[in-house]
Design a protein around this ligand. Structure first.
Ligand code: T1G
Length: 684
């Protein structure tokens, strides 16, 4: 019988048993890993010649967590808590040798060991809350015993990665090992031989100031908004201060078991895997990106400056070009201010700050971009301006250089067509502020070559962005869905809902801000100008809501003019009877008898509208998959990640319900078109 390939192997190093886990790609704690670890501890206990144990991992990282792919399936013994307790109860000292990112269940395995040593640059953490759950194998009970309640609340409720120097300071690791990690761990284990194992679970949780803990807990609850897992993580951690280990572990496990089957956990797992799916772009797998060392940016306005900062932060050489010395100076100051703010906020050290500014050059002549591998134009959002610039860049740029437009909705195919190199042209739609917002829509033109697209995706990854590939249409995916969401909300206002009722319903659902508050923040005049620009080409049968135009005609552009959909006396947003009167006039003018909209009806209408448009986007091939659409809305438009995104949430509501709502919506919208084919198919 051939030996079952086990992901856990053991070898003796003198009196130390070295246990190595090898379960690519990230040594997830699968059922086989758990069984292998349990057997290794049993073997160590049974072997009199073994005096200590080291647990290490092959490959790129120590155990990066439970195997998320096992979630939702019936649990297989031994469960991770059992394995963690077997490690902790081992009569012989156990040392965990950490490298890469020891996260979640991986960090819990490490915490149940009697000591932890780490290679430089190792990260540890409990990111379970990002998956809508909490640690389920002792993390919330052992971490506070080592690092105290405050640090444990911070780490367990944020899910952030703690780097070695902080981990050392907090007592989460005992030593940093330069060079051969396993040899260092074995040496450390040897120093523990003969001593009583230092069981984390047996430590008393250090006392904490109740007031400080209350403040921390309140801050977590405020930040979490509607997401449940962060506050549950705090609740579990605080139990470590009052309950003996066994009871604390049982309580933690009960909370974990409750959350792991929740809608929020299902939604956040969907987003986790969607992010990895987004990197798999049809027709680009295995295509090598072109070299990227120097990037040019034309235009140093808000977007251009943010993009230039993001490029410099990623270690790229950047040259910024503006049309004249004055504009260039303004741009240079804008870029410097962002870098300086990062330094003042302690986000970077002085050396990094200096290096980033040093790798940014400035010019007023496009010829300075002759050596650039890729050039991003971020000039005024006007087709003719961008087309003229792309023509000039086409002449200046070296053969093979990629020309990227940062346009947020102009036709990338038409822009590519003005150059002699349409295959080298694509869109890189950054979101403001470009050095902060994670989402990047990579716009694939009809002529865009696969390696051009691969280079755009590689740049996105290099910048730490979430790159989602989209096709060419008005608004690509994000702004196209935004237009639909806004339109439906304005139609609901005309039909009887008040703007603040819609904002409140959507904010209660978890959206960062309702559509009317957002418009007042961004300014109503931008959309007004666009509506006027496309008025001539509008379908006369299309329903239009004139309220926003009337607000603009009255000079109510939003917060910047002290009034918009709301009034802003002394900066506080309030319902304005003037707006209520304008809405009533518009309803009367159209003979509409206003009807009530309950909060749930508002939410379902908005989700249905986005799902219908999402299916049109898929039917037209503008996005490769529904989860890409979810990622755009979650990462660029404030859709709560713990709801999964419009397509995921519509699926949870039920396609039949969504289709019925879409049919009602389309009938109210002049009945000009049928529901999206993909939606009809999903509901059948
Ligand atoms: N389970 C299964 N597969 C995983 C995985 C995991 N935990 N983590 C990553 N993968 C896959 C991923 O899908 C991709 O697969 C490949 O590995 C490379 O990942 C009891 C219950 C570790 C920082 O949340 O944060 O422990 O697409 O592209 O950018 O309390 O992966 O190649 O087929 O992300 O270098 C807690 C999740 C789980 C960590 C590496 N742990 N992973 O990032 O590579 S819950 C986490 C990450 C838990 C316990 C509870 C990252 C990474 P494919 P990647 P990366």
């Amino acid at each position: 019988v051939n030996a079952v390939e086990t992901p856990v192997v053991m070898r003796r190093d003198g009196a130390v048993l070295v246990v190595t886990i090898d379960n690519p790609p990230v040594n997830a704690a699968s059922a086989a890993v758990r069984a292998g670890l349990r057997d290794a501890i049993r073997a160590a206990e049974a072997d009199a010649e073994i005096r200590a144990v080291v647990i290490a991992c092959a490959g790129r990282t120590f155990v990066a967590g439970a195997d998320i792919r096992e979630f939702g399936k019936p649990p297989v013994s031994p469960l991770l808590p059992e394995v963690a307790s077997a490690i902790e109860d081992c009569a012989k000292p156990v040392v965990a040798a950490l490298h890469g990112t020891a996260l979640g269940g991986g960090f819990e395995i490490a915490l149940s060991a009697h000591a932890r040593v780490a290679a430089p640059g190792t990260g540890v953490g409990l990111p379970e809350v990002k998956l809508g759950i909490i640690p389920g194998a002792g993390g919330t009970q052992r971490l506070p015993r080592l690092a105290g309640l405050a640090a444990a609340i911070d780490i367990a409720s944020s899910g952030r990665v703690v780097k070695t120097d902080e981990a050392l300071r907090l007592g989460l690791i005992d030593a940093v090992v330069e060079g051969d990690l396993v040899a260092g761990a074995v040496a450390h284990a040897r120093t523990l031989i003969g001593g009583a194992p230092r069981r984390t679970g047996a430590l008393a949780t250090p006392a904490a100031d109740p007031g400080e803990i209350e403040k921390l807990a309140a801050a977590v609850a405020k930040k979490a908004r509607g997401q449940v897992s962060p506050t549950k993580a705090v609740e579990a951690v605080r139990l470590a201060a009052t309950l003996p280990l066994a009871e604390g572990l049982a309580a933690e496990r009960a909370i974990f078991a409750d959350l792991v089957v929740s809608d929020q956990a299902a939604a956040l797992r969907h987003v986790f895997f969607a992010e990895r799916e987004a990197a798999k772009v049809p027709g680009v797998e295995g295509v090598s990106p072109r070299p990227l060392a120097h990037v040019g940016v034309v235009g140093a306005g808000t977007m251009g400056a943010g993009i230039a900062v993001a490029l410099a932060e990623a270690g790229l050489e950047v040259t910024i070009v503006e049309r004249d010395a004055a504009a260039l100076e303004t741009g240079r100051a804008r870029v410097a201010a962002i870098h300086d703010r990062n330094l003042q906020a302690g986000r970077v050290d002085a050396g990094t700050h200096t290096a980033r500014r040093a790798r940014t050059a400035y010019a007023t002549d496009l010829s300075a971009l002759g050596a650039s591998d890729l050039i991003i134009e971020a000039v005024f959002e006007d087709f003719d301006v961008k087309a003229a610039l792309l023509r000039d860049l086409d002449r200046v740029a070296k053969p093979g250089a990629i020309l990227a437009t940062n346009t947020s909705y102009l036709d990338v195919d038409a822009l590519a067509a003005v150059t002699s190199r349409p295959a080298d042209v694509l869109g890189l739609h950054f979101f403001s502020p470009a050095n902060v917002m994670r989402l990047l829509e990579v716009v694939r033109g009809r002529a865009t070559a696969p390696d051009t697209l691969a280079t755009g995706l590689a740049l996105g990854k290099r910048l730490g962005k979430l790159a989602v590939t989209v096709g060419v249409c008005d608004g690509f995916v994000g702004n196209r869905m935004l237009a639909v969401w806004r339109r439906q909300c304005e139609i609901m206002v005309e039909e009887g809902a008040a703007p603040h009722e819609i904002d409140q319903a959507l904010e209660a659902h978890g959206f960062a801000m309702g559509p009317f508050a957002v418009q007042d923040l961004a300014g109503l005049d931008i959309a007004w100008a666009r509506r006027k620009r496309i008025a001539a080409t509008r379908d006369p049968a299309e329903r239009t809501v004139a309220v926003a135009d009337r607000l603009c005609e009255a000079g109510r552009f939003g917060q910047k003019t002290g009034a918009g959909w709301y009034a802003y006396a002394n900066g506080k947003r309030a319902v304005d009877p003037l707006v209520t009167a304008i809405i009533a006039e518009e309803r009367t003018r159209k003979g509409i008898a206003p009807r009530q909209f309950a909060p749930d009806a508002i939410v379902v209408r908005v989700i249905a509208a986005m799902a219908d448009e999402g299916f049109r986007i898929l039917d037209e091939g503008i996005a490769a998959r529904a989860s890409d659409i979810d990622l755009v809305k979650v990462n660029g438009y404030g859709y709560p990640a713990w709801r999964g995104g419009p397509m995921f949430e519509a699926g949870r509501i039920g396609w039949r319900t969504i289709l019925a709502e879409v049919e009602r919506m389309l009938a109210e919208d002049g009945g000009r078109r049928p529901p999206a084919a993909g939606l009809v198919a999903a509901a059948s």
